[in-house]
Ligand binder design. Structure first.
Ligand SMILES: Nc1ncnc2c1ncn2[C@@H]1O[C@H](COP(=O)(O)OP(=O)(O)OP(=O)(O)O)[C@@H](O)[C@H]1O
Ligand SMILES: [Mg+2]
Length: 576
């Protein structure tokens, strides 16, 4: 709840304002029974109609006052709560942007989404209805009691007894609600997880007719959601009638003892009427106590879920970053071994490799050999051990993350396009690029012609709300995107696996020329010999180890993995 408290402190003056408004409103509210008492006594004792009218008008005036203040108060309160909601959501969103990839591999994405939507709602709800409702309750409860006490101390104490019984009851309920609600929110997260999974995997589900299976899975969590919610319902549902009952006990005691007091002449008729009104006024705060406790516990559970995210310290972060102007273009990897977090199996074993300024290195090898992992480490998606990867003389761990990522271009194995125009998708890494730059990049990636054939050319929207590109087209857009950035180090993770061999040859030729003129050091993963033969050097990575390394000609002569790949693809190319 510390963050909430921080927020209250920031908005202190507004909270003071609305709390003082509440004091006024509640103060005005408790004067109504006094006016009624006077009016009733004016009827019974003085029989003076002008006095009755006078008190009646007072009541009206107080009512108008209360309405106006309540409106302003509601307005300010809701605005404050929206502001808090905004800042909570933004903090979460920002944190999601900061947290490393490994975090999202551990956590369920749907559950992380639920925290932004569902948990912030619980907090919002509590703050509007609960928190200030609670203050309202306290103020109204205390002032009402004081007023009653001033009119008749004895009667005030008698009618308050049932209400005091409520406190331990409500506290006990609160504890249970907290536990149940945390479960409910967790299961809600699971529901979101299921929905997300089905929507993103809909093609596979349809292709394998797994609809029934997923429906059953969904029904299961949904039923669990109802079961857990029912536990809450039982508690919440029980509290309200009990409170109602206690209020009626209060009224019963009032009629019994109050009536007795009137007969004995200890209080006036007006006082009895005023007491009835006070108990009515108290009914709302009493109801609200249960409600407030329930909302508070829900908000607390949600806040804990949000805090869990906000307090996560990212594994990949700047520890002692040094200031650097330019990143060196020669990269060396020394005795690099790596295993993924929470996994003791080594994916890379003692890799050493140096890349010179402007060199183009091809990486190949059997699937699962560690090629993509090596690229993740050069991007510091995961932390390599110290003294294993250097840019020039500088350990990668000392380079500020922002600077590193601004200097390393990357085309992932499965490129992602945003639901935006092609132009925006290509410009992602270089917002200030001119249309000519974009066109040139598209030409190098051999996607220019295809884009010009589209109805809106570069302004064509792709993704969910636009056209769907083929796998090969998407890859070429991703290549154009990387080319545009002209980063000193470029990593291409099998960027043209879905492109036909002829087009691939053209692109590799273009790419070669482009990389050479810009002195870009490049690592390019490929399974195709046609691409590998034009590299400066080729590295074969298999089971986490470098199997072969050297110029394509040298590897050919060595008659190893590369040679066999060459022969096989050559034969395939000849139609054998
Ligand atoms: N995030 C991860 N967590 C744990 N293990 C992983 C993770 N990513 C990959 N691996 C494992 O690391 C090994 C190397 O994977 P990697 O993706 O680097 O291979 P690759 O050479 O790129 O394969 P491919 O040619 O199929 O793309 C594999 O055994 C894989 O299961
Ligand atoms: Mg890979």
């Amino acid at each position: 709840m510390k963050d909430l408290w921080q927020f209250f402190k920031q908005e202190k003056k507004w909270y003071i304002l609305i709390v003082s408004m509440l004091v006024f409103v509640d103060g005005a509210q408790v004067t109504i029974p006094i006016l009624t008492k006077k009016a009733v006594d004016a009827i019974g004792v003085q029989a003076d109609i002008s006095l009755v009218v006078k008190y009646g008008l007072y009541v009206l005036a107080v009512a108008v006052f209360i309405t106006i203040i309540r409106y302003i108060y509601n307005y300010i309160l809701r605005k404050l709560v929206l502001k808090l909601d905004y800042s909570l959501k933004t903090s979460l969103f920002n944190k999601y942007l900061i947290l490393p990839k490994s975090y999202f591999e551990r956590e369920e994405i749907g559950d992380l989404m639920a925290r932004v939507t569902n948990d912030t709602r619980a907090i919002r709800f509590f703050l509007i209805m609960g928190f200030l409702g609670g203050i309202d309750v306290l103020l109204l409860g205390v002032t009402t009691f004081i007023m009653m006490f001033m009119m008749s101390p004895m009667l005030a104490v008698i009618v308050s007894i049932p209400l005091v019984l409520l406190i331990p009851l409500a506290l006990n309920f609160g504890r249970k609600i907290h536990v149940y609600f945390k479960n409910v929110q967790r299961i809600f997260g699971e529901i979101t997880v299921r929905v997300r999974e089905v929507i993103s995997g809909i093609r596979v589900i349809k292709a394998f007719t797994r609809e029934e299976f997923y429906l059953k899975l969904f029904k299961n969590v949904n039923e669990e959601y109802i079961r857990e919610n029912m536990k809450l319902v039982k508690l919440d549902g029980f509290l309200d009638p009990v409170i109602d009952f206690l209020i009626h006990i209060s009224l019963f005691l009032l009629v019994l003892c109050g009536g007795n007091f009137i007969i004995k002449g200890r209080i006036s008729m007006g006082t009895l009427v005023a007491f009835i009104q006070y108990i009515e006024i108290l009914a709302w705060p009493m109801m609200a106590i249960g409600f407030t406790i329930s909302l508070f516990q829900r908000a607390r559970a949600s806040m804990e879920r949000i805090q869990n995210v906000l307090q996560t310290v990212p594994e990949v972060r700047d520890i002692e970053p040094i200031h650097i102007e330019h990143i060196e273009r020669n990269v060396s990897i020394k005795n690099l071994s790596f295993s993924y977090p929470d996994d003791d199996h080594f994916v890379l074993k003692n890799i050493s490799l140096s890349m010179h300024d402007g060199e183009l290195i091809g990486i190949t090898g059997p699937t699962g050999g560690g090629k993509s992992t090596l690229m993740s480490l050069l991007l510091r998606v995961y932390n390599p051990s110290t003294d294993t990867i250097f840019f020039g003389e500088t350990d990668i761990l000392k380079i500020p993350l922002q600077a590193l990522r601004k200097n390393v271009g990357y085309v992932p194995q499965a490129p992602f396009l945003f639901g935006d125009t092609l132009l925006e998708n290509i410009k992602i890494g270089k917002q200030d690029a001119t249309i000519e730059d974009v066109e040139e990049a598209a030409k190098i990636a051999s996607i220019y012609e295809d884009i010009m054939k589209l109805p809106n050319r570069f302004d064509t929207v792709v993704g969910e709300k636009g056209i769907t590109l083929s796998g090969g087209e998407r890859q070429r857009v991703a290549v154009a995107r990387a080319i545009l950035t002209k980063r000193p180090l470029m990593l291409f993770d099998d960027p043209l696996s879905a492109v036909d061999t002829d087009t691939e040859k053209t692109i590799i030729r273009n790419l070669r020329a482009y990389l050479a003129t810009n002195h870009i050091t490049t690592l390019l993963v490929s399974q195709r010999v046609s691409a590998l033969t034009v590299m400066d050097r080729v590295v074969v990575l298999s089971h986490g180890k470098i199997l072969e390394e050297g110029t394509p000609d040298k590897l050919f002569d060595e008659k190893g993995y590369y040679f066999h790949l060459y022969r096989k693809q050559l034969l395939e190319g000849m139609g054998a």
